[in-house]
Design a protein around this ligand. Sequence first.
Ligand code: ZN
Length: 68
Amino acid sequence: MGVTIPCPACTVGSIVIEPRLLATGSRFACNRCGAALAIAPGSVDTLERGINAYEKIKTRAASLVEQD
Ligand SMILES: [Zn+2]
């Protein structure tokens, strides 16, 4: 599940982030200026909780659709 955000450095390019990889320390670069984005070590737990909560909601929503 890739997430595209506008580049905060050049404001022209965009950065595609894979949240699971971001949580493992991967860096993601702007397609225009090359500015790299990574998570602060102290924020990894918060990110992982958010990803897990999102996956639970997604699974629940999928099961509701299948019941129709
Ligand atoms: Zn940029």
